[in-house]
Design a protein around this ligand. Structure first.
Ligand code: UD1
Length: 425
């Protein structure tokens, strides 16, 4: 298993370009099977989750060709409508094929995703929504089974604004007969990107990006080309990397409008942030001040940035209260940060962080994707060496993170398995 070793204490400087958004690429890839024509996607991040989604589409019978950051998918005919346990257990977002499969192919069997490091993460709202659209849904032998001759439009109210739930239902509704209205829909920009792609293919969607999405079903979708939007979480991670090291970094190729909550919090902590159309520059000239953070659905502060922000608060001046209001137990990085000297107390959904001047490098273990990013950032700011193991979590969602941080001046390297050192040095 690969490890990443960081020698902390170096202020990061320079420019870094963000990749395409994993959380947009995954639903867009899943949606390719909604229609027969060829779909050509560019700016697709080369990360493990995208590879897994490609593998899943291939297992279903789609032809998937990838070259660099371009992927083309043709799904004229499928040979299977099953997403097996072996794949779903490595990537929960596999559940995104559920809506497209039942809408176009009349049936789906998708392994029921289990709990994960950040909580139980049910998919009940995906299933209730599909049932409203007329699918017969059951759980059998650990699999979600859904069947429908043709889905029909319906009014769906989501008890919680679930991101992949909204995406699943929006995709399914594209081929349903009549109009579907999804109320209390999630408003994440990745949903807008998916809607944009589907609209290019002939879908009729209005309201994506607001909490009411309406979809007029059509009988078929055709192929289209699409450039995946930039990754706002990756962009936010590099901004915090600049802040935590007292650096001066410019994050390029991002959409600052998607980063408002994080930019506001960074400014509140005392760093200088300037935005232009496609980049954000951050300059940190002093130790950050503590700020309170509460994660919320978009446009609130993203739960996917919580671990990174906590790393920053560990070295800030004063006490910060971080409230996780999206997932039930997303503080799995706390014991690891404590191993680096952080002073954090967890009370229910609150983490109370007493900022200390300096963390100290230590061997730590990554437990989920964003927790890993938080530990890498902590390592950048720590005295001495930090060794982050189980970085396969990181590889699920960050494209070449160690190369990009190295480009900003970080002393960071990847150690492959038990053997040689790879990449940057
Ligand atoms: C997506 C993102 C993930 C991000 C999360 C929240 C992708 C591939 N993943 O995950 O990176 O952390 O949004 O921004 O885009 N819930 C239910 N029932 C459901 C579905 C969700 O109760 O059927 C609850 C969840 O337990 C959670 C909340 O709704 O408390 C939000 O989760 P959700 O938006 O569904 O997260 P994902 O779509 O899985």
């Amino acid at each position: 298993m690969d490890r990443i070793i960081i020698t902390g204490g170096k202020p990061l400087r320079g420019d870094v370009r963000v990749s395409g958004a994993k959380n947009a690429a995954l639903p867009i890839l899943a949606s390719t099977i909604l229609g027969g024509g060829d779909c050509v996607l560019s700016n697709v991040p080369r990360v493990k989750d995208v590879e897994t989604m490609g593998k899943l589409l291939g297992m279903l019978g789609a032809s998937v060709k990838s070259e660099g950051n371009r992927i083309s998918v043709g799904s004229g005919l499928l040979r299977s409508t099953e997403a097996p346990y072996e794949l779903v257990k490595t990537m929960r977002a596999s559940v995104l094929v559920l809506g497209p499969l039942v809408a176009r192919w009349g049936e789906a069997a998708v392994s029921l995703p289990g709990g994960c490091a950040i909580g139980t993460r049910p998919v009940n709202l995906h299933l209730a929504g599909l049932a409203k659209l007329g699918a017969e849904v059951s759980i059998e032998h650990g699999y979600i089974r859904a069947r429908a001759k043709r889905l029909h439009g319906a009014r769906i109210y989501l008890d919680q604004p679930t991101v992949t739930g909204t995406e699943n239902l929006m995709m399914a509704a594209c081929l349903a007969e009549g109009t579907t209205v999804i109320e209390n829909a999630a408003r994440e920009p990745e949903i807008v990107d998916l809607a944009l792609f589907l609209s290019k293919r002939g879908a009729r969607i209005a309201g994506a990006g607001s909490d009411v999405i309406s979809v007029d079903g059509v009988s078929a979708l055709h192929g289209a080309e699409h450039e995946v939007m930039p990754d706002r979480i990756e962009a936010g991670t590099y901004l915090v990397a600049g802040a935590i090291t007292g650096g001066n970094v410019c994050v390029e190729g991002c959409l600052p409008g998607h980063l408002e909550a994080i930019i506001m919090k960074l400014r509140e902590s005392g760093v200088e942030v300037t935005e232009s159309k496609e980049h954000v520059r951050l300059k940190a000239t002093r130790r950050p001040r503590s700020v309170d953070v509460k994660t919320l659905a978009y446009p609130g502060f993203a739960t996917d940035m919580q671990a990174q922000m906590m790393a920053l608060m560990c070295v800030a001046e004063g006490i910060s209260v971080i409230t996780e209001a999206v997932f039930e137990s997303r503080f799995i990085h706390v014991p690891e940060l404590r191993r680096m000297g952080a002073e954090i107390k967890v009370e229910g959904s609150h983490a109370i962080v007493n900022g200390i001047g300096k963390l100290t490098g230590a061997p730590v273990m990554a437990s989920d994707l964003r927790a890993s990013a938080g530990l890498i950032l902590a390592g950048l700011a720590a005295d001495g060496d930090t060794q982050v193991s189980r970085v396969y979590h990181l590889d699920r969602g960050y494209e070449r993170i160690e190369d990009k941080l190295y480009g900003l001046g970080a002393v960071i390297r990847r150690v492959k398995g038990d053997a040689g050192v790879a990449g940057t040095g």
